[in-house]
Design a binder for this molecule. Structure first.
Ligand code: SF4
Length: 494
């Protein structure tokens, strides 16, 4: 036993896996250190070229800064590039995602004895160290074959964790004080297929679990495919909005049928948008967030323009934009280089256009939430509401002291905080002293704040070049309407 440091790259499933190892070593008496750690466990990600570059860079830095530390590399990159990692200075163990990463095997690999009692410890975790919200991995692996994705190769076929095991783990996490539990995995829409069950069966059971002293808590789903949401999940969310957050992260990847087909995705744009509409008909202002991959081989001006249109129609609360990078071992890596229109300057232009549209879409969504009652999980000085909006609390919240705040679930009413930045407008000329005489609005930042439930409306203004305003109630727009075609297409070279 000694001091161990953990570094995690990548997704929620990877962060969960790190917690499993943290608890395994903690039970053996290891304590956490930083620069003085004798053992450093680096749990890697291989999903993008950037993630792999950062992992290698981090391993080199760790060895430079603390040459005596023994490095143990786990995770997806350890699975896909084991030999190259093993050659890095200081790396003593390369344990992929399979059997080697199971706690018992992991302990044995690094030279720890495992007692018979430890062999009987139930799988899973007891808390999520350092986090207000706990991640709970409900399945691992993926059976699909998306052309760009290395995950099925490094995490294998889909395997679900049994419902009883997950229910027991949920109780432990609630007992540890977590007020939000995020169900994560690699392809959570496939949870339960081994037993003819659906994710909604799991959510229904978990949602019924009571926290100690009947304390409020909620579930949130991490990434789920739009085509796998079905009717049951939104029905549960609609029945129990306080217990299951009305938020769905549904990867779109591309808003163009030809590109989706080349990617090996199994749905078209119409099917995706129909799923959004169906869910919207069941739920009050759900938050849809998504991933978009840009620069996929074959993506031309027309297909990218289609993606902009689809994004405009879907009404996303937030976009994650990823530039395509060919991962060795994937089908996309064999499709050749992306066309020149999707590299360098043009890729940056596409990314900027999509980000602008994403911002407009997010602002429209935030405006639609004004006046809504929500529950906010406080994390530091801000908090996250069920509809996946980060906001700060304003006003007097009885019982929420600074000491009690982290981890509290606080009811609020959402209000808008809009900041308009003005810039000098040349067309209005100058006064006698040469100063600009007029300004014009250049950009708006729209954020939400949480007010006490019974607060009065209020608004504020700032005459120093910015205007701010909070409002509650009247501005609420419940219906979703496609955004106007407000974002021009980027200028792409031929
Ligand atoms: S569904 Fe596609 S993108 Fe998602 S993990 Fe599976 S192969 Fe990768």
């Amino acid at each position: 036993m000694g001091r161990v440091r953990f570094l995690t790259f990548g997704c929620k499933a990877n962060q969960y896996d790190t917690q499993v190892l943290r608890e395994a070593l903690g039970r053996r008496g290891w304590t956490e250190g930083q620069g003085d750690a004798e053992l450093v466990v680096v749990n890697t990600c291989a999903v993008t070229a950037e993630a792999t570059r950062r992992a290698r860079q981090q391993l080199r830095r760790l060895h430079r800064e603390n040459p005596r530390a023994r490095l143990c590399v786990t995770g997806c990159l350890a699975e896909s590039e084991a030999d190259a990692l093993a050659d890095l200075p200081g790396v003593e163990w390369v344990l992929g995602n399979g059997e080697a990463k199971l706690p018992v095997n992991f302990l044995r690999e690094i030279g720890e004895e495992v007692t018979p009692e430890e062999l009987g410890i139930p799988p899973g975790i007891c808390e999520f160290t350092g986090h207000t919200r706990a991640f709970l991995k409900v399945q691992d692996g993926c059976d699909m074959t998306c052309a760009f994705c290395i995950i099925p190769r490094v995490r294998g076929k889909s395997r679900s964790r049994p419902l009883e095991e997950l229910a027991a783990e949920t109780r432990r996490l609630l007992a540890a004080g977590h007020v939000e539990i995020v169900l994560c995995g690699i392809h959570i829409g496939h949870w339960g297929r081994e037993w003819g069950l659906h994710l909604s069966d799991l959510v229904r059971v978990l949602a019924d679990i009571a926290a100690p002293a009947q304390a409020p808590w909620r579930l949130r789903l991490s990434s789920i495919e739009a085509t796998e949401v079905g009717a049951e999940l939104p029905a549960i969310m609609a029945d129990r909005p306080e217990r299951v957050a009305p938020h769905l992260h549904m990867p779109l990847q591309a808003g163009d049928d030809r590109t989706l087909k080349a990617m090996g995705r199994w749905y078209g744009v119409d099917e995706y948008l129909a799923a959004c509409e169906r869910i919207r008909a069941q739920l009050d202002r759900p938050a849809f967030t998504t991933d978009i991959l840009i620069g996929f081989p074959g993506e031309d001006d027309e297909s990218f323009s289609n993606t902009l249109n689809t994004v405009s129609n879907a009404g996303f609360a937030s976009l994650h934009i990823f530039p395509f990078s060919a991962r060795p071992g994937t089908r996309a890596a064999e499709l050749g280089e992306p066309p020149s229109a999707a590299t360098g300057r043009d890729l940056r232009a596409r990314r900027a256009a999509l980000a602008d549209l994403g911002m407009l879409s997010a602002n429209a969504y935030r405006r639609s939430l004004v006046g809504l009652e929500e529950q906010v999980v406080l994390e530091g000085s801000s908090g996250l509401c069920g509809r996946y909006q980060r906001l700060r609390l304003e006003g007097n919240f009885p019982g929420v002291t600074e000491q009690a705040a982290p981890g509290a679930l606080v009811p609020v009413r959402l209000a808008l905080c809009e900041t308009q930045t003005f810039t000098a407008d040349d067309s209005h000329g100058e006064d006698n002293s040469g100063r600009r005489t007029a300004t014009s609005p250049s950009s708006a930042t729209v954020t939400l704040v949480g007010l006490p439930l019974h607060s009065a409306d209020h608004s504020t203004g700032d005459s120093t070049g910015q205007a701010t305003g909070h409002s509650t109630g009247e501005e609420s727009t419940v219906a979703h309407a496609p955004l106007p075609a407000a974002v021009p297409m980027p200028i792409l070279s031929s």
